[in-house]
Write a protein that binds this ligand. Structure first.
Ligand SMILES: Nc1nc2c(ncn2[C@@H]2O[C@H](COP(=O)(O)OP(=O)(O)OP(=O)(O)O)[C@@H](O)[C@H]2O)c(=O)[nH]1
Ligand SMILES: [Mg+2]
Length: 413
């Protein structure tokens, strides 16, 4: 038996009658299962109304078990009762798409922040399940040795306690992130963040723009934790951050758990929304809608540049047609190929145009050793236009307001 046989799965999806067939959902579920390390033995789709006991028809689950998988993976969200019914009746582990995403996240989480976020998301998912098991017990059982549902009661209590503790720790992480962004701005950096559907090519674009070698792979959720690299465009010093990708139907609890990470996007000066232009028109559209929704949920208020990536391999007319058809979702996009290096000069130009122009300031510094070191730091954090040595040093500079505010806070304006 190979190691892979320990992780076998059958994928199941119920589609509502009356809706157009959507093979893409199953395709995406297959990619997610692959990214979580499962070997998929079969894919079963059924078009019917929701079965309240099993979500899908009982016969379809029986068909799935005939492949002898280790797990059943549902596209549709499962209620606690459905999980209980399926695992009890078929003696099999069963998870839904949210659990699958969490499994991938758990396997990729390498920092303490990411581990806490994944744990919080998992607990946010588990808490209602335990609460509902508790309610079921209380309703259906005679009071037992410790009273009905005493175990679930204490488990629910533990979960809530742990969640509160993680939230507190993540709040600290969030504050550290805020300080870090503030410091970076004081040092004269513009903060630009990559966002977009998972696998759109964000990390490849980070590499192309900054000459780095961050991992990029053809699978969902390769990147989980933010990675920041510096670049300079026309004298503007930029920190470009790559972070976790979006996916359709992102559960709200996941967005909430990843708040500190997503703050890199929501608090950026400029967001590059990357989309995969090699996708079919329908899928491109759908991923853009999901990405816009996620940006909204994150609370982004910075300007957004849409970057249509992977244009290599597309003919000119196909490219023009697609671009026109998605104009409502991607106005004035920049077309690039991150892996071939196409369109990067255009993108750099656009980034410069969309960043707030730096303002001119005049400041006075006394002749002290502290001021001299401030002055030498200013050569790095701002563009010095003129330094005149009068009764005091008079410095004319172009820079960020945060850089100047820091000088003022340090003593003299
Ligand atoms: N043909 C083509 N492939 C590309 C291009 N840019 C990225 N890719 C491929 O697309 C796949 C995904 O790229 P990533 O950079 O890992 O995508 P990502 O958005 O960072 O993905 P996640 O971190 O998983 O959310 C990889 O196989 C890349 O080689 C491009 O311009 N053209
Ligand atoms: Mg990535």
């Amino acid at each position: 038996m190979s190691l892979h046989d320990y992780k076998t799965a059958v994928l199941l999806m119920r589609e509502d009658p009356g809706q157009p067939l959507d093979p893409y959902r199953m395709e995406e579920l297959r990619d997610l299962a692959g990214a979580a390390g499962y070997r998929v033995l079969a894919e079963i789709t059924q078009r019917r109304d929701r079965d309240h006991r099993f979500q899908i028809g009982r016969g379809k689950i029986a068909e799935a078990t005939s492949y002898n998988p280790k797990k059943l993976i549902f596209y549709n969200p499962l209620s606690p009762t459905q999980v209980f019914n399926i695992s009890a009746e078929f003696s099999l582990q069963v998870i839904d798409r949210f659990n699958l995403i969490l499994e991938i996240f758990a396997s990729r989480a390498s920092t303490r922040e990411a581990k806490l976020q994944v744990e919080l998301a998992k607990l946010s998912y588990d808490a209602p399940q335990v609460r509902s098991a508790l309610a079921l017990k209380k309703r259906g059982e005679q009071p037992g040795f410790r009273g009905a549902g005493a175990y679930e009661q204490s488990m629910y209590h533990d979960i809530r306690g742990r969640m509160a503790k993680i939230r507190m720790e993540l709040k600290d992480v969030e504050l550290i992130g805020e300080d870090r962004r503030q410091l970076r701005r004081e040092r004269g950096f513009d903060l630009v963040c990559l966002a977009g559907y998972t696998n759109a090519g964000k990390s490849t674009l980070l590499n192309a723009l900054t000459g780095s070698s961050v991992t990029a792979r053809d699978q969902p959720f390769t990147t989980l934790s933010p990675t920041t690299r510096a670049l300079e465009i026309k004298g503007r010093r930029i920190l470009l951050t790559d972070t976790v990708g979006f996916i359709d139907d992102l559960p709200h609890f996941l967005i909430k758990a990843f708040r500190s990470t997503l703050a890199e996007i929501s608090q950026a000066d400029l967001v590059l929304l990357v989309a995969d232009m090699s996708d079919s028109y329908e899928i491109l559209r759908r991923k853009l809608v999901a990405s816009h929704k996620a940006l909204w949920d994150c609370g982004v208020c910075a300007p957004v540049i849409t970057v249509l990536n992977k244009v290599d391999g597309l003919g000119n007319s196909e490219m023009a047609q697609k671009k026109e058809k998605i104009e409502d979702l991607a106005p004035n996009p920049v077309l690039v190929s991150a892996s071939c290096g196409l369109g990067l000069a255009d993108l750099s130009e656009r980034i410069c145009q969309r960043l707030l122009p730096l303002k001119e300031y005049q400041i006075r510094l006394p002749y002290t050793s502290q001021s001299l070191s401030q002055l030498s730091r200013l050569y790095e954090t701002a563009e010095l236009l003129q330094v005149s040595y009068e009764e005091e040093m008079v410095v004319r500079l172009k820079g960020r307001k945060e850089t100047v505010a820091r000088l003022k806070a340090a003593g003299r304006p």
